[in-house]
Design a protein around this ligand. Structure first.
Ligand code: ATP
Length: 200
């Protein structure tokens, strides 16, 4: 395939939901990207997961089916854990040598836990798109990227998108409490969670 402008959305996707799908599409449109690659992480460095890598991958596949600009990549699932984004991007760069890579993340993922080797991450990207999240101060980002050299700091861009107050944790809590999750995630994802008895 020829070189593309590719946006990377990494996450545990435990499960994937409409918040992820919305930011992926909104950033794609804003940045005029050719496609978004969803990268489920097998064994994230600083948090537990609540369903198997296979289930999470399948839920991502179901959720993105029908959008030609969305694709899934298993690089971060195949990495022996704990997974750091700097390593994932180096592996992805080998798979996609000509692509212009950007990263997409919610501001919480940068401010709640410090990223190791953020300088390497930024250096591997042409842009880093940060999306605001309910209850998280975007101002805190300045302190986190403040230590980076100016040419790397300039790669970060905070987007002012409508806030979608859905999180995977809320979905898991609702499943456990026996409450409906329909319309928080695409129907095929909701059905799979139900069929396999996930998060109960
Ligand atoms: P959890 O509730 O388990 O922490 P999550 O909903 O944040 O999960 P992740 O898979 O950890 O989901 O998120 C992947 C990326 O998507 C992160 O950068 C996260 O900040 C971002 N993200 C997730 N949900 C939203 C949302 N509703 N709005 C904006 N960004 C989001």
């Amino acid at each position: 395939m020829s070189a593309q402008r590719t946006g990377v959305l990494g996450g545990t996707f435990d499960p994937i939901h409409y918040g992820h799908l919305f930011i992926a599409d909104a950033v794609r449109a804003h940045a005029k990207l050719d496609r978004i690659l969803f990268l489920p992480v097998g064994d994230p460095a600083h948090r537990p997961v609540h369903s198997s890598a296979a289930d999470r991958l399948e839920m991502v596949r179901l959720a993105i089916a029908g959008n030609d600009a969305f694709d899934v990549d298993t690089t971060a699932l195949e990495q022996p854990g704990p997974v750091y984004t700097a390593d994932t991007l180096a592996l992805l760069r080998r798979k996609l040598p000509g692509d212009e890579l950007s990263f997409i993340a919610g501001v919480d993922s940068l401010t709640v836990s410090r990223w190791r080797r953020l300088d390497e991450v930024a250096a591997a990207l042409s842009r880093f798109y940060v999306v605001r999240r309910e209850g998280v101060r975007a101002e805190d980002l300045a302190a986190i990227i403040g230590d980076l050299p100016a040419e790397l700091r300039e790669r970060f861009e905070v987007l002012d998108l409508p806030l979608v107050d859905i999180s995977a944790s809320v979905i898991r809590e609702r499943v456990q409490a026996g409450l409906p999750i329909r319309y928080l995630a695409p129907d095929p994802v909701v059905h799979l969670i139900d069929r396999r008895g996930l998060y109960r």
